[in-house]
Design a protein around this ligand. Structure first.
Ligand SMILES: NC(=O)C1=CN([C@@H]2O[C@H](COP(=O)(O)OP(=O)(O)OC[C@H]3O[C@@H](n4cnc5c(N)ncnc54)[C@H](OP(=O)(O)O)[C@@H]3O)[C@@H](O)[C@H]2O)C=CC1
Ligand SMILES: O=CC(=O)O
Length: 320
């Protein structure tokens, strides 16, 4: 008998087919947690769970007593309460590596777009305001030869640094909990304490996972340490930043601008204060959102799921 899998995100057809070959599969384009819904019913005997973003905590797990593996279609896994999942002997997996270049393209693109005010100037052209090309209202800030400070120099961070160092001649400083001599050598990256990095960097780029340690790690104090000309880029998770402090820093000119891909509440609500700030460039959490990479992530997650359900160690098992 095939194991029972519950798929709660829309998958490319060939990946869903692969899961169906190996598992008795119930699939949904989105989870519906209301009592008695087909999703909730399928959860009762699901052995494998595959999808992106669903909060898997004690209450959820109580409703899924047969679960053996939770396969996340993302590298970040702050939606999974790992101690609770492990305590029940359930495996959890994610999709590291396959998205590094794509996310780095997005985040570096966001950095350039913010420095050169591209979305704002796109609106300026469309609104018929473009009357004189020498107008200094169009000026932005240089990216090349500046200092990039990266907090969270891991898989994705490395690819951002590669673009910055070799594409834009930038100097690299970084802050992790531990030093990485290999990347220091490869990119001339120089280790800094968090405060030193905030003071020195022209671009502060946050790329850590969301953990109890990183939650709210950039707040009022940290924005005040940054240069007035600093550009803050967040590609990690919204909650690593105190969003109210960020809005105040952008509003008061404590920093020059911010480029954001992630927010405390996603999607951003209609009346969110960030929406009215011209010095904030806002993306809808699309770091890995290309057809090729999302397909690769779906394959990676599906292979993790099937391996776990076949009693093997999945390639991307998250260590508790
Ligand atoms: N915007 C988007 O669409 C995407 C966002 N992401 C986010 O990016 C995150 C990083 O992904 P990835 O690069 O693959 O992860 P990695 O684990 O490869 O890298 C994370 C880095 O963060 C550092 N880090 C962890 N905790 C801290 C801390 N408390 N202080 C300083 N540095 C810390 C780690 O170094 P050390 O252990 O030495 O501290 C490591 O170098 C994901 O967890 C996810 O939240 C990922 C994909 C897409
Ligand atoms: O945010 C996306 C991820 O893969 O993590």
């Amino acid at each position: 008998m095939k194991p029972k899998a519950l798929v709660y995100s829309k998958l490319p057809e060939e990946v869903l087919e692969y899961v169906r070959e190996h598992c008795e599969t119930s699939s949904f384009d989105a989870p519906d947690n209301t009592p008695g819904s087909p999703f909730t019913e399928a959860l009762k005997d699901a052995e494998g769970l595959l999808g992106a973003g669903l909060k898997v905590d004690a209450a959820f797990l109580d409703r899924a007593p047969q679960l053996k593996i939770v396969s996340n279609i993302s590298v970040g896994y702050d939606n999974l309460i790992i101690p609770e999942i492990s305590r029940r002997g359930i495996m959890a997996t994610n999709t590291p590596g396959v998205l590094n270049d794509t996310v780095a393209d997005t985040i570096f693109g966001l950095l350039v777009a913010t420095a050169r005010r591209m979305p704002e100037l796109d609106r300026y052209v469309r609104n018929g305001q473009w009357k004189d090309s020498r107008d200094d209202v169009q000026f932005g800030l240089d990216v090349h030869h500046k200092t990039l400070g990266i907090i969270g120099l891991g898989g994705i961070g490395e690819k951002i640094v590669q673009r910055a160092r070799f594409g834009f001649d930038m100097d690299i400083i970084y802050h992790n909990r531990s030093r990485n001599p290999k990347l220091e050598e490869q990119y001339g990256a120089v280790y800094r304490t968090l405060d030193e990095l905030l003071v020195e960097a022209d671009f502060v780029c946050l790329m850590t996972p969301l953990t109890p340690e990183t939650r709210g790690m950039i707040g009022e104090r940290e924005f005040k340490l940054m240069k007035k000309s600093a550009i803050f880029i967040n590609g990690s998770r919204g909650a690593t930043v105190d969003e109210e402090a960020l809005i105040e820093a952008l509003h008061s000119g404590t920093i020059w601008a911010a480029g954001l891909d992630v927010y405390v509440q996603e999607p951003l609500p209609d009346n969110h204060p960030l929406l009215s700030l011209d010095n904030a460039v806002l993306l809808p959490h699309i770091g890995s959102a290309t057809r090729e990479t999302r397909l690769e992530m779906a394959w990676t997650a599906a292979r993790n799921l099937v391996a776990g359900l076949e009693g093997k160690t999945p390639p991307n098992l998250i260590q508790a």
